[in-house]
Design a protein around this ligand. Structure first.
Ligand code: FAD
Length: 543
């Protein structure tokens, strides 16, 4: 039984078995191997997994099945990370689920399309996932996005499904294998006292205390991305500043501690030029809504107001002026080989709209989509909610991200744009509508005038979303030693030196997909979590 199903629970998500495991079990011993440094251990396990998302949980289940004792550390006050918020789309190829739905697919095709494969589909089904209808997604020649269907088996039945369903199945599998998830246990440091020796444990901050947790065999990092760490994102692309949002917030933080801790003990990074995929929201600064955030509620995508027809809006920035052909928002970098997949985003620097926004000189960047009463009706904007925005109510509109006014001047003031220029911009644009031609930016028509009050504004939020960059790991999931790059040998990753007893899987690892935003990569993250978990359990103890 998952904790949320227990009536006496006070915390919203897993803190399974916490009491049992946090009972002081001081293990005093010198770390022996490690530079003679004495460490007072507060807990121990064969395999210490850091992070309770898909990668961490899959690693934990496989490591437990490999006979290891396992602890999962989670810095949050609930478990699941971005994984629990995700849509739950997993790309697997040539599976029994596809065959049952009449879809021919092959691992080779998946490899060709996106460079990886897995039998994790069946593994998840055996653990309890019920697959729903296949979906066609970016960069795929056939429908291969496996999404869980609703099932009464997930924590007493959910009205819908998504990543949360897969995560619950993994959480239950971990619980069955007596793997505890210790909430509010933030790993702050990897312990590698001998710079040439193994990683022997982690330092953890928990409710004001510092603990040392010993990993007899291995530490596995499943700490997710670093998109919420603005400084770290800006280190790789200075345009990804604090005026952008980050997916996962406010429910799951991604501070990049795992990356930095690994770099501190000698790990290298890869694919950092593709910092993150950058989706856009209007009127909301969150990518998902999950209220209240418990296992009984499925997180929803589709926050903010939608704009399917950019002939109904103009985009203005702080100076009150247009700056682009608004329709370019819809011009994603489609995966060219497979036009049947409706969108793709191979490289954000190839997306004109994204690039133009990132390159705006003003800080903070302040871009609003504006329409009138007629446009709001045509676009099906939730005008009542826009008048009383409440982030706690779906679609999570934020008061500083929507504006409604009877006059253009008042709207401009609410949006923080220059009122005189804004009025002039609207008059100028309405002239193009009458003339039938956008002389400034050549937006294809027919265009609609902005003339009927009330007027509406929805602010653009660009979000640092999923990442394909991060730690370098080999095909066993072992984290690679950066110093080996000094030799400049040009060998394959499996011939490079590893940091002994340190593994990583999931979004904290780079190099799985190259410079490519692949939707549905969580299937691979679980596969890599399993690979890491299996190999970690088979390691010889360093003790
Ligand atoms: C709204 C939304 C929808 C998405 N939909 C999809 C989708 O349909 N398909 C898809 O492929 N991808 C999707 N993604 C992306 C996907 O969710 C992530 O790529 C994936 O879940 C990452 O899994 P992970 O296990 O590597 O990391 P996470 O799930 O982020 O888990 C990492 C965990 O580690 C914990 N942690 C981090 N640092 C520490 C530390 N120092 N100490 C202890 N714990 C720590 C975090 O709190 C977190 O719980 C979506 C993302 C979002 C936000």
């Amino acid at each position: 039984m998952l904790p949320d199903e227990k009536e006496q629970r006070t915390t919203p998500l897993l803190d399974a078995e916490e009491k049992k495991v946090t009972r002081p079990q001081f293990i005093k011993e010198a770390a022996g191997v490690a530079g003679g440094m004495a460490i007072e251990w507060n807990k121990e396990a064969d395999v210490v997994v850091v992070g309770s998302g898909f990668a961490g949980m899959a690693a934990a289940v496989e490591a437990a099945d490999g006979g290891a004792s396992v602890i999962v550390l989670e810095m949050g006050d609930h478990a699941g990370g971005h994984s629990i918020l995700s849509g739950g789309n997993c790309q697997f190829a040539g599976t029994h689920v596809q065959r049952a739905q009449g879809i021919e697919d092959k691992s080779d095709w998946l490899y060709e399309d996106q460079m990886l494969a897995g039998e994790t589909c069946l593994w998840l089904e055996k653990l309890g996932v019920k697959w729903g209808r296949m979906q066609l997604q970016a960069g795929c020649r056939v429908p291969r996005s496996h999404r869980p269907g609703p099932s009464p088996d997930y924590a007493g039945g959910l009205p819908d499904s998504g990543g949360i369903s897969i995560w619950m199945v993994l959480a239950r599998a971990a619980e069955d294998r007596k793997v505890p998830i210790l909430l509010k246990h933030k790993m702050t440091r990897l312990l590698r006292p001998d710079p040439k020796g193994p990683v022997i444990g982690v330092e953890v901050e928990s409710e004001g205390k510092t603990l040392n947790i010993k990993a007899n065999k291995t530490v596995i990092l499943g700490t997710g991305g670093f998109m919420a760490n603005t400084q770290m994102c800006m280190a790789w692309d200075p345009r990804l500043g604090p005026d952008l949002g980050a997916s996962g917030l406010p429910y799951a933080d991604t501070p990049g501690i795992g990356h930095n801790a690994a770099v501190d003990v000698g790990a290298g990074l890869t694919d950092m030029s593709f910092v993150c995929y950058l989706p856009i929201k209007w009127g909301s600064k969150v990518n998902q809504w999950w209220e209240p955030p418990t296992l009984k509620v499925v997180p929803k995508a589709g926050t903010g107001v939608s704009i399917e027809d950019f002939r109904r809006v103009i985009l203005v920035k702080t100076d009150g002026k247009r700056y682009i052909n608004e329709s370019l928002v819809l011009e994603k970098t489609a995966a060219p080989a497979y036009p049947q997949a409706k969108w793709g985003n191979k490289d954000y620097t190839a997306n004109i709209f994204t690039e133009t926004f990132l390159n705006l000189k003003e800080r903070p960047r302040n871009v609003w989509a504006v329409t009138d009463a007629e446009g709001a009706r045509a676009l099906k904007w939730p005008v009542d909610q826009m008048a009383k925005p409440d982030p706690k109510v779906f679609p999570a509109l934020y008061p500083d991200f929507v504006a409604v006014a009877q006059t253009l001047q008042e709207l401009a003031t609410k949006m923080g744009v220059d009122p005189a220029n804004f009025e002039a911009t609207v008059a100028h644009y309405n002239g193009f509508v009458t003339a039938g031609k956008d002389e400034d930016f050549a937006k294809p028509g027919p265009l609609s005038a902005l003339s009927r009050p009330p007027f509406y504004g929805a602010k653009l939020a660009m979000l640092r979303h999923s990442q394909a960059c991060g730690l370098r790991a080999n095909t066993k999931g072992q984290v690679l030693e950066r110093s080996d790059q000094y030799a400049g040998k040009g060998v394959s990753i499996d011939q490079e030196k590893v940091i002994p007893h340190l593994y990583a899987a999931g979004e904290c690892v780079g190099g799985y997909f190259g410079n490519y935003h692949m939707h549905g990569k969580i299937g691979h993250y679980m596969t890599w979590g399993r690979v890491a978990g299996k190999n970690a359990a088979a390691e010889k103890s360093w003790v």
